[in-house]
Design a protein. Sequence first.
Length: 138
Amino acid sequence: MKVRDVMVSNINSVSPSTPVIEVAHQMDVSGRGVISIRDKEKFRGLITERDIVVNIVAKARDPVTEPASGIMNEHLPIVSPDDDIMEAVKVIGNSGARALPVVQSGKLLGVFTLEELALAAIVLTKTMQPQASNATKK
């Protein structure tokens, strides 16, 4: 299975100057816990729900005045849509990131998250169970 099979595409984007309160609102509206940060269409980083909790709520910073650039993850490892998901899992494990940008030819195509990986694992498990039970009946 490849990263493209489980990545989230169509990620909402905001500018680095967008207040964190708006980032949180965009997450709420989209139902996604990650937002990309773009500056003049160039990908700059990601913000996850956890970033907001750890960097804004836990540190009592003002989400109305704090810009997205103040909490975004800029130096994340990237993965390709053609990478094997097990390689992407290793990258997440080694980096401690919750989400990885999926980039091809310098363009952000989507995000690989632990949540999407978990959903893919559930789907794979459910699709493989009938085959396994059929094999034992023979």
